[in-house]
Structure formats: structure tokens, C-alpha cells
Design a binder for this molecule. Structure first.
Ligand code: DC
Length: 232
């Protein structure tokens, strides 16, 4: 049975990772959350005080990049990956608003992108992978057998993120989250290197009005079509 490379790209907080995780679980593939990798680099920069002057000290981050080791470990309880920074579990820390509001700036840096892209290509080189991010179908795996571009309205995405943070017991204001979602959309789509855009051969899904079950079913059927087709 062939093992596909599946690229799931799209806007922030649109449920990409939920879809991608579920598909990877059903197919028995590895799931890679590339946003978590950019978040871990951002946490590293924050902890080293590289944002302390108000703007990111990119030169200092570039010189420290060889020390930034990002990886994943599977949580035996959930079967899902947890993000490691220099060997330490930072899964919780990378999901907060602090990291969210700085990550787009870090993810726009060419030296950060090239380091993460190289690592992602190694993780997916044998296929059997579902990778979610912004540039997987355009830059990381331009030859992926299945490419999907996911979107939803900014308001729906902000509401989902708000509900998620509140469910974890974290304080959050809807308006701040909406602003963050819109800012990230702008920076992600306008950066010079590997901007967020739909690959010409990616399938578009707007899940604003879909249930989780509906979107999972849609994605599953697309993967089955690719598995059944003799070529791409
Ligand atoms: O998917 P996420 O919200 O966790 O991603 C965090 C940030 O990382 C987001 O603002 C865009 C950036 N990112 C990226 O530039 N390229 C990727 N492949 C994944 C994420």
C-alpha cells in the first residue's frame, strides 16, 4: 500500500491540526505540527530576552540558532506528539497568547524558515505523513500527493481559539484574539519567504459552517481517492 505525503495548509486557528491529527490517526501516519516548531523557536527567543527591547533581536537569534533543538515525543497517554525545546516539553508554554503574538515575526525570518523546512523535509522523506502548516504544499513538499488549503472566517476562528483557551482555564479576551488572528493572517500572507498562499493544486475547504465530523469525512474521502488513484 502506498504511503502518501499529505500537506494541510491554511489560516491560523481554522482547525487544520484537528483535521490533520484525525486523518493521521485513521491512516496510521505520522502527524507533524509545523506551527509548533515555529512556536518553539519563538519561546526560545523570548526566554533569551531577545524581545526585551520591544523588537526582536534577529541577529542574536541567528547566532543562537545552532542551539535551538526542536523535536517531538509521543505522549503514551494520548498517542499525540508533544513539542520539545532542547529536550524539554514545552507543549503548554508554546500555546499561550504571549507566544502567539510574537510567532509570526519569528516565522518570517529566512534563517528560521530554512532550518525548520530542512527538518520537516527529513521528517516526511519516507511518506506516510500528514503535515500541517502554512507552506507545506508550496515550499516543504511541493510534490505532496494530497494538498489541502483550509480556511474559515476570522470571527469563527477567533471564537474557536477563545473557547479553546477558556476550556484550558486561561484568561482571554475575544477582541484581543480576533486582532491576533487578523494580524497573523496579514503577516503570514505578506512575508517575503514562503508566504501563506493556496498552492494551485491544493483542494480548498472553508469549514466556517462545517462540523468536525463533516470536515473529517471530507478529508478522509480525498485521501481515499488519492490512495486509490494510480498516480497523483
Ligand atoms: O499553526 P500555528 O498557529 O500554530 O502557527 C504558528 C505560526 O507559525 C503562524 O503565525 C504561522 C507560522 N507558521 C509558518 O509560518 N509556517 C508553517 N509551516 C507553520 C506555521
Amino acid at each position: 500500500m502506498k504511503r502518501l505525503t499529505i500537506a494541510i495548509d491554511g489560516h491560523s486557528s481554522c482547525g487544520k491540526s484537528t483535521m490533520a491529527k484525525e486523518l493521521a490517526r485513521r491512516l496510521g501516519y505520522v502527524y507533524v505540527d509545523t506551527g509548533a516548531m515555529y512556536r518553539a523557536v519563538t519561546l526560545f527567543a523570548m526566554r533569551r530576552g531577545l524581545f526585551d527591547s520591544g523588537t526582536l533581536d534577529a541577529a542574536a537569534l541567528e547566532s543562537l540558532m545552532p542551539q535551538v533543538k526542536v523535536g517531538f515525543r509521543i505522549d503514551p497517554a494520548t498517542g499525540l506528539p508533544r513539542t520539545l525545546l532542547c529536550g524539554v516539553d514545552v507543549e503548554r508554554e508554546i500555546r499561550g497568547m504571549d507566544v502567539s503574538s510574537h510567532v509570526s515575526e519569528v516565522a518570517a525570518l529566512p534563517f528560521v524558515r530554512s532550518a525548520m523546512t530542512r527538518q520537516q523535509q527529513l521528517m516526511g522523506q519516507d511518506g506516510g505523513v500528514v503535515m500541517d502548516g502554512r507552506d507545506i504544499g508550496t515550499a516543504v513538499f511541493p510534490d505532496a500527493e494530497l494538498k489541502v488549503f483550509v480556511t474559515a472566517s476570522a470571527e469563527v476562528r477567533a471564537q474557536r481559539r477563545y473557547d479553546e483557551l477558556r476550556a484550558k482555564g486561561e484568561e482571554a479576551a475575544y477582541d484581543d484574539i480576533l486582532r491576533n488572528v487578523q494580524e497573523r493572517d496579514y503577516i503570514d500572507s505578506h512575508r517575503a519567504v514562503a508566504p501563506l498562499r493556496q498552492a494551485p493544486d491544493a483542494l480548498l475547504i472553508d469549514n466556517s459552517a462545517l462540523t468536525r465530523e463533516q470536515q473529517n469525512q471530507w478529508l478522509w474521502s480525498k485521501a481515499q481517492e488519492r490512495l486509490a488513484s494510480p498516480s497523483k
